[in-house]
Design a protein. Structure first.
Length: 470
């Protein structure tokens, strides 16, 4: 009679240890990957003009959009499905990945001309027409990559995933830098993406000898993936619109040069969001998926308990990044940079963008629970409201208040994302509202103290360039 609770306790402790190790390796791997990318970015911003980064930001946004609009929920199915270790299931999932890769590449050809015409005013040379199909080919390479990586994610083997990602990122970056040094044009960035996809493809098939994929389409597996993935596809499509609409709109409202500056500010400001997204997909979601047999009340208690340290740590980190964001931009991009006159505008953008990411932190620490219980519809609804705010609010704010108004709307766009998610959590008896209120109060207090300390020391505010009208 006493054995079952003892076994449950052992399983819980084992899963907890896996999750802790997974969180450590996720943060360590993400930090290492960001340092590598940052090093490469610092070199390339000294070789390339800002408009090249703006143009590539738009190209990558379009490519990601095509990918998310054609998302079948393949990776989530491998992680979540009880048959996720079955070779038949894995081969079918891999075959779908390959088919999807070709679909994305074909769509990049089809969409290249109308998109190039739409942005003709910002791209008079028509480079978008050729850049989209070149970068789109990386989807084919990604499609052929081994399912071993998905299996590692399923079993919380985050250490392997992070070491693999670091190695691929470092190798890819070497080619990026060499190409940009040899030919400082936007084409080097495009070809670098293809080379990176090729490195990932080759490496993925040598990392684990247990996985040798072959083409196979099992009808029962297809049905299971389709049933799970139909809402994932909707959620992914809407998430893309919510996440990337800012770049589409800014590319039309501003020059590619200004879009490149915004992309740098947004990338650095989004580091806390990216960290929590990594934890969300690689640790929180798989960990919750393994505890779905627990009563909802018990599951909620576990989620709340594990969130405390994570939220408090991120609150301090985000407050510090908001307070010192302008200094970080100057430290990284000002020295020996002939394009600093353009890049300096990122110093006021970054703190504003940082301040609004807190609601994204709250969202990504709870939304995996709704995904794990097969309720991705709430994620779709949350992202739709965020998309509506960006799509309607940004142009209105831009025409009323200029570039600053558009940036403020982007910063606040995570609030509706989080708010709608609260409804889903309440409906599924997984609400963490009280914890969110306490942690939000803590974040605002810490941020206020940091800003007050900086101002009292005569160091001004992080948006001083904006206040001076420079």
């Amino acid at each position: 009679m006493q054995r079952e609770p003892e076994i449950d306790k052992l399983m819980t402790n084992s899963l907890k240890q896996l999750a802790i190790r997974g969180a450590f390796w996720t943060i360590a791997g993400f930090g290492g990957r960001q340092l590598i990318r940052l090093g490469g970015n610092l070199i390339m911003t000294r070789l390339l003009r800002p408009e090249f980064f703006g143009l590539m930001a738009l190209v990558m946004t379009i490519k990601i959009g095509i990918e998310l609009f054609s998302d079948y929920g393949i990776s989530q199915s491998v992680v979540n499905n009880r048959r996720g270790d079955d070779p038949v299931f894995l081969d079918t999932a891999w075959s779908l990945k390959v088919i999807r890769g070709f679909q994305i590449w074909i769509l990049s050809f089809v969409l290249a001309y109308p998109i190039a015409q739409f942005y003709r005013g910002q791209d008079p040379q028509g480079e978008l027409l050729y850049l989209l199909p070149i970068v789109g080919f990386t989807a084919v390479l990604d499609g052929f990559s081994s399912s071993a990586l998905l299996s590692w994610e399923r079993h919380l083997e985050v250490r392997k995933l992070m070491i693999y990602d670091l190695a691929v990122t470092a190798a890819s970056l070497m080619f990026f830098v060499l190409l940009c040094w040899w030919s400082p044009t936007v084409w080097s960035l495009a070809i670098g993406n293809v080379v990176s996809g090729g490195i990932n493809l080759v490496a993925s098939h040598f990392v684990d000898s247990r996985y040798r994929n072959r083409f196979r389409l099992d009808r029962e597996v297809l049905k299971e993936i389709q049933n799970f993935g139909k809402w994932v596809a909707v959620a992914s499509a809407i998430m893309f619109m919510a996440d990337q609409a800012d770049r589409f709109i800014l590319a039309k409202l501003l020059s590619f040069e200004r879009l490149g500056v915004y992309t740098i500010a947004y990338t650095l400001a989004s580091i806390p969001r990216d960290v929590i997204r990594e934890l969300s997909s690689k640790v929180i979601y798989p960990a919750i998926s393994k505890q779905l047999d627990l009563p909802r009340l018990h599951l909620r208690e576990k989620i709340v308990k594990q969130r405390w340290l994570l939220l408090l740590g991120l609150a301090v980190s985000l407050a510090a990044l908001t307070t010192c964001g302008d200094w970080l931009i100057m430290l990284l991009y000002q020295g020996r940079n002939k394009h600093w006159d353009q890049y300096q505008h990122a110093t006021w953008m970054m703190p504003i963008l940082c301040s609004g990411i807190w609601f994204s932190v709250l969202f990504y620490t709870t939304s995996p629970a709704l995904m794990a219980i097969s309720k991705p519809v709430y994620s779709a609804q949350s992202n739709f409201v965020r998309f509506a705010m960006i799509g309607i609010g940004m142009p209105l704010a831009f025409y009323q208040f200029g570039e600053v108004g558009a940036i403020v709307v982007i910063a606040l766009s995570d609030l509706p994302l989080y708010s709608v998610n609260l409804y889903g959590l309440k409906q599924e008896k997984l609400s963490c509202t009280t914890q969110d209120l306490y942690c939000t109060t803590f974040f605002v207090t810490v941020l206020g103290l940091f800003l007050l300390t900086r101002y009292s020391l005569g160091l001004g505010l992080p948006i001083h360039i904006l206040l001076q009208g420079t």
